[in-house]
Every structure is written in C-alpha cells, then in structure tokens.
Design a protein around this ligand. Structure first.
Ligand SMILES: Nc1ncnc2c1ncn2[C@@H]1O[C@H](COP(=O)(O)OP(=O)(O)OP(=O)(O)O)[C@@H](O)[C@H]1O
Ligand SMILES: [Mg+2]
Length: 309
C-alpha cells in the first residue's frame, strides 16, 4: 500500500522553541491515522505544516508531492479542520458558500445541503457562527472540511466540545469516509475514541515520535513483555535489581508498572520476590492492553516528577 503522507526529518522551530524534532512519519493511504500526544507535543504544528501554513525543514510529501508553504494545488485535495476560530459574523450557510466558491465546487448548493445534513446543521444554517455553541461551531468546521469531498482529511481534535450523540455520529462518519477510500488524519486527547476507529497510530512527545505503527503492531509490541500494575510501598531500586523485573515506573495515578522479560510462571512468585526485596504490596494485577495504558506508559517513562507533558 502506498503512503498518502510521507514525512522525513521534519523539524520546526518557533524562535527558540523546537516544536518538531526530526519527525519521521508514514501514513498509509486509506488509513484512519490517530495522532496522539500531550499538550504542546507538536500535533497542531505537524498539521499546519501539512496544509502549507508553516515553513519547515525536512521533507513533507502528500500524494507524492512536496508540500510548499501556501501550496494551493495540494490543498484542493485536502479538507482541513483547524483548531482556530472561524469568521464570527457570517452565517453557517454564507461561510460554506465562500469555501465552495473558493474551491470552485460543482453543484455547490447541493453539496452544501449534503454536508449540513451530515453534521446535523440544517436547521441552524442561517445562524451567525459567532452565536453558536462550541460544539455547534465544531460541527460547522467539520462541514467545511468535508465540503470539497477531499481525498485526505486533516482534522485537529474533531471531537472536542461535541456532545455524546454528536461524537458517536462523527466517529461513524469518519469510518464511513474511510470505507469510501478517503484517508483521515486526526488528533485527539480522547484515547478511547482513537482506540475505536484508528487503524494506524502515532504518539508524539516533545516534538519527537515515540510510537508509531498499525494498531495491531502496537498491540503486539506492547504484549511481548509481561506487564503488571502494583500499588503499595515499593522499593524501586531493589525491585529493579531482581532478574524478573525489567522496568518499574510510576504512572500518573501513583501506581507502579512493572515489566518482566516475558510472562513469568506464576504471578505469586513475582509478588513474593518483590516483597522480599523490601516492598509492601497492597494491590497486584496483570495489566491489560489498552491504548490508554500504552499512551500513559510511553509518556510517563519520559517525565520527571511533577511534569505533565
Ligand atoms: N506560534 C507559535 N509561536 C511560538 N511557539 C509556538 C507557536 N505555536 C506553537 N508553539 C509551541 O510549539 C509547541 C508545539 O505546539 P502544538 O500547538 O503543535 O502542540 P499540540 O500537540 O497541538 O498541543 P495541544 O494538544 O495542546 O493542542 C508548544 O511548545 C507550543 O507552545
Ligand atoms: Mg493542538
């Protein structure tokens, strides 16, 4: 399968701030690509570069074409939902009409009606964008991104601010679009939703990609070691000195996550060994795979005490 986006050695500085540091990403055509990372990790910056809003160093290709600053041609084939404000004084309909005109959409009015219906905005079409609720505005942004029926959608936190019904609808809309052969890149802090629909995932932290792969590959890699969660008074140094303990890090809930080189014969044996090594364990269980666990673990292992991101 070919890649719709191919990023190599991408770096971006804002003055002294290094927002992206040698990013390498390959996004397969037809995938739903979930882009995860803590606040300030570099997700929005990556997306803005993809749609030609920022200068950068490195190589960024979409549809095999190098992205240039302000690149109009590639943008005609991309739908973009930014995390930025929209014109407040326009009605929804007027805003979509302007996007339609700019992109010379054939049969514009019909297409506007379609996306209004898809995003549940028909009744609101004459309302001023500035007077809409946050979730309603978000849906206008999505309608706008979909208007040109683009081959590639780049959506910066598409589900932020949406109510539960709208969330489910948008997720299923994205799935349907992928079934139709579109490629979708989206960022989100709602890991459960990424878990539900993403076929490919990357985690970025401080401008560097720290995990990347198909959902299946990530699961496989994650499960190749035994993982356990324990709570209590743990003597980390002594636990780490045991042959069975490969790593021992605290997660954001203050629990310890232990990895072992492979599955151990009996969990009780591990508990006994750790207790003998000076720890008092109150809770012990094997850690199930979830994208959330993978995310928390890969980020937490890189944080200092008291850091968030
Ligand atoms: N215009 C700018 N000028 C200076 N620094 C910026 C600018 N835009 C972003 N940054 C910095 O670049 C880094 C990456 O920001 P970015 O917006 O890409 O993060 P993000 O992953 O989208 O975060 P969030 O999850 O909070 O949306 C941050 O340290 C941010 O403060
Ligand atoms: Mg962002």
């Amino acid at each position: 399968m070919s890649n719709v986006v191919q990023i190599e050695n991408l770096s971006k500085n804002y003055g002294q701030i290094r927002a992206l540091d040698d990013v390498i990403l390959a996004i397969p055509e037809g995938s739903i690509f979930g882009y995860l990372g803590p606040n300030g990790a570099g997700k929005t910056t990556t997306m803005k570069i993809l749609v030609g809003l920022l200068h950068y160093t490195g190589s960024v290709k979409i549809f095999d074409q190098e992205v240039r600053y302000n690149s109009v041609e590639i943008n005609k084939r991309i739908g973009f939902l930014p995390d930025a404000e929209m014109p407040k004084n326009d009605s929804i309909h007027r805003f979509l009409s302007m996007t339609g005109k700019m992109n010379e959409i054939f049969n514009r009015e019909k297409r506007i009606q379609e996306v209004l219906a898809e995003l549940g905005l028909r009744k609101l079409r004459n309302r001023k964008i500035g007077n809409l609720s946050r979730g309603q505005r978000q849906r206008v942004g999505l309608a706008n991104a979909l208007l040109t029926d683009p081959q590639l959608l780049i959506l910066d936190e598409p589900n932020s601010g949406l109510d539960p019904v709208a969330r489910v609808r948008v997720l299923s809309l994205l799935k349907d679009l992928a079934k139709d052969g579109k490629s979708i890149i989206f960022s989100s802090h709602i890991i459960g939703e990424v878990d539900k629909i993403a076929t490919d995932i990357a985690i970025i932290h401080r401008g560097r990609i720290i995990e990347q792969g198909t959902r299946k590959d990530l699961f496989k890699r994650y499960l190749s070691h035994g993982k356990y969660v324990l709570a209590g008074k743990v003597d980390r140094e002594k636990a780490l000195a045991l042959d069975y303990v490969k790593s021992c890090d605290r997660d954001s809930l203050g629990r310890y996550i232990i990895t072992t080189p492979g599955d151990i014969p009996e969990e009780q044996l591990l508990v006994d060994l750790i207790q003998k090594a000076g720890s008092k364990i109150k809770y012990f269980s094997s850690l199930e795979f979830s994208l959330e666990n993978l995310f928390l673990e890969s980020i937490n292992g890189r944080l200092m005490e008291g850091e968030y991101a």
